[in-house]
Design a protein around this ligand. Sequence first.
Ligand SMILES: [Mn+2]
Length: 469
Amino acid sequence: MDNEGESLRLCHFSDLHYSPGHLAESDRCFGFAVEHAIETGCEVAVVSGDSTDHRLDAHTPALAALARRIHQLSSHMPVVMLQGTFSHEPPGTLDIFGLIGERHRVYVADRIHQVALCGGTFVPSVGAVFTAAKLQQLIVDEGEPEVVFTCVPTVNKAVLASAVGVTLAPTALGDHLSAYLEAAGVVNQQLRRMGVRTVGISHGTVNGCQTEHGVPMAGFDHEFTIGALFEANCDAFMLGHIHRAQQWEREGRVVAYPGSIGRFHYGELGDKGYLKWEVSAGRASASLVPTPARETVCLDFDGPPDMERLAAMAEEAAGKFVRLRWTVDEEHRQVIDREAITALFGKSADLKLEARVLPAVRSRAEGISRETSVPEKLARWGELTAVDTNPLLERLTMLQTLDAESIVERVLAHLDVGDASSQLNSVADVPEASPPTANGGDKPRQPATPAEKSGMDWLTDDLFADASA
Ligand SMILES: [Mn+2]
């Protein structure tokens, strides 16, 4: 049959991230998408990587749920599943899906190669691309393919690094992939001339694309440039990995990410969904069909949350997933009533409270560290605390210039002088030291130390005070 002008309807899902934690979100959204694709007459399905979120045991309900959806799809159309990020989808995870096709086959693409879909059968290339001879043979044996896929699953950077060296690996990856895409481009151009549709499938980052948080991905270690992808000469290039839907068009050919099937994190921008593609030789279009992804609301307060504003926001956040963040100084952290806030958002699907407490930073003596000598530091401290530091400076000089014995002698000498003057100054305040005369026959206490003699108290009086001052 001749495909020219006739378009094939493909459904393209990506980043399903099935896991116990995401099961409800993944399955509500992927379930919706699968049913929608079947109802609206899609003919071929593509899952472009990260079907699972991490290593899943065989008995995990999430794995069974995913298998059920793939099985459901395969009762209506052939399915291609591409290997995604290794940490999300350990190599080998997809193998089992190759066994569960119902009326149609489920094809697992876990190496760089091309594969033709001919009358419902997947015929893979032996090497990285089809040779001209093999293509001729294929058409003779099976008839003209409905579509030929160029598959570029996640490349294991560790393997590449061991081959080309760690420093070269990041850029070597891009170089290797663009060399491959160029080679595939030659074959795809041939196919187009024959009127055969060509579709690329890959999982990776296009330099300059935007993440789900609106951050542009710019760097030299990304897998692709948009130019390299168009070099592959595919009518449609179906991408996974980036969770935000976006697309690029050049001369009727389109490269697109559907983004993740559901909303797995707070603050993700834009609609979630799957892409419905119309692909004919030399022309493609993709439109996003939104899935019922959960709605998230992110509230941020610089300071304690305003309860009146929160009450108003809570009304609108009914049924949604709410994340409330605030930043407060340490001394205000007790002001926030978490229970009252939780009560306000009782109608929300979930409430996540995240407090950021700023530690109190007090400068004890500003500028003290800039002074170079101890006397200068002391003087600075005195300035800041309004303390007369002159007496302290005298003592500091003593400590710095005299030995312990001389200091003691000096102090004692002061105290002896003080003994005389204390008769004038201290007697009234220190009754114990007053002459024991008319005290009803009590035995007079004998002053035992110079301090007691001078009427001073070891605990409270300044024994070093200059008594003559
Ligand atoms: Mn992903």
